[in-house]
Design a protein around this ligand. Structure first.
Ligand SMILES: *Cc1c(COP(=O)(O)O)cnc(C)c1O
Length: 222
C-alpha cells in the first residue's frame, strides 16, 4: 500500500496553519514507508513497541526524532534511552524514575509527557488527575529530584467512539489540566499531545499542539 504522500501534504497544511506538530505513527509499517515521508521533510515518527523501534532506529537516518507512544515497561527503558526523542506515555512515578536513571547513564536529558487517562474505557493507560497532581507536585518536579528527565507536557487518548460531543469533552478536560499546570507555576509544560487519525481535528479545536497520526498517512494496520 505504501505511505499516502497526498494525505501527508493535506494534513501538514492543516497543521502548519495552526502551529500543530505532527508525529507520524509508523508502528507496524516498513522502513520504505517511513522514508517516503522522510523524503518529504517529515522527521518525527512515533512507535509503540521497543524492539520494533530499535530496529528502525538502527536502519533509518539518524536525524529522525523517535517518539515512544506506547505503554512502556520500566525494565525496557534502557533499550531506548540512548536515542529516544520524546516519551509520550509516562504513566507512573516508577516509570519516570526509571527513565531518569537510564538517561543519567547515557548522559542525556530525556523529554517526557505524562499520559493522562481521559477515555471512558478502562483499558487505556494513564494517570488520573490526582496521580497527575502528585507527580507534578513540589518535590517531584524534575530538575529537583530528577536532573535527566524533563516533563514537557501531557498526552491523552480519547475514547474509541464517533460521538463528537464525548470526544470534545475528553479533549477539553485534558486541555483544562494542561492550562492549570502551564499557568500554575513550576512545571514548564508546553506540549499537549492529543488527537489521532479519527479525532485529530476535534483535538486541534480543543487546543492540541501535537497530533499522532498513523492510519491516515500509512493506511490501516492489520
Ligand atoms: C497507534 C496510535 C496512534 C495512531 O493511531 P491512528 O488511528 O492510526 O492514527 C496514536 N497514538 C497512539 C498512542 C497509538 O498507539
Amino acid at each position: 500500500m505504501g505511505a499516502n504522500t497526498q494525505a501527508f501534504g493535506q494534513i501538514k497544511e492543516q497543521l502548519v496553519e495552526k502551529n500543530v506538530s505532527l508525529v507520524a505513527v509508523s508502528k507496524t509499517k516498513s522502513d520504505e514507508d517511513i522514508l517516503a515521508l522522510y523524503q518529504l521533510g517529515q522527521r518525527d515518527f512515533g512507535e509503540n513497541y521497543v524492539q520494533e523501534l530499535i530496529g528502525k532506529y538502527n536502519a533509518l537516518p539518524k536525524d529522525i526524532n523517535w517518539h515512544f507512544i506506547g505503554h512502556l515497561q520500566s525494565n525496557k527503558v534502557k533499550l531506548i534511552a540512548p536515542f529516544v526523542h520524546l516519551i509520550h506515555s509516562v504513566d507512573s512515578p516508577k516509570l519516570l524514575a526509571a527513565i531518569d536513571k537510564e538517561a543519567t547513564k547515557n548522559n542525556r536529558v530525556i523529554n517526557c509527557l505524562l499520559q493522562v487517562h481521559i477515555a471512558e474505557e478502562e483499558t487505556k493507560f494513564g494517570l488520573n488527575k490526582d496521580e497527575l497532581a502528585e507527580i507534578l507536585a513540589q518535590g517531584s518536579v524534575p530538575g529537583k529530584d530528577y536532573h535527566h528527565t524533563n516533563v514537557v507536557g501531557l498526552m491523552g487518548m480519547a475514547s474509541f467512539t464517533k460521538d463528537e460531543v464525548q470526544l470534545q469533552k475528553e479533549f477539553s478536560f485534558l486541555k483544562s489540566l494542561f492550562d492549570k499546570y502551564v499557568n500554575g507555576g513550576e512545571n514548564k509544560l508546553s506540549v499537549l499531545s492529543m488527537g489521532m487519525s479519527s479525532d485529530y481535528k476535534i483535538a486541534m479545536d480543543e487546543g492540541s499542539n501535537m497530533v499522532r497520526i498513523g492510519s491516515l498517512l500509512f493506511g490501516e494496520r492489520n
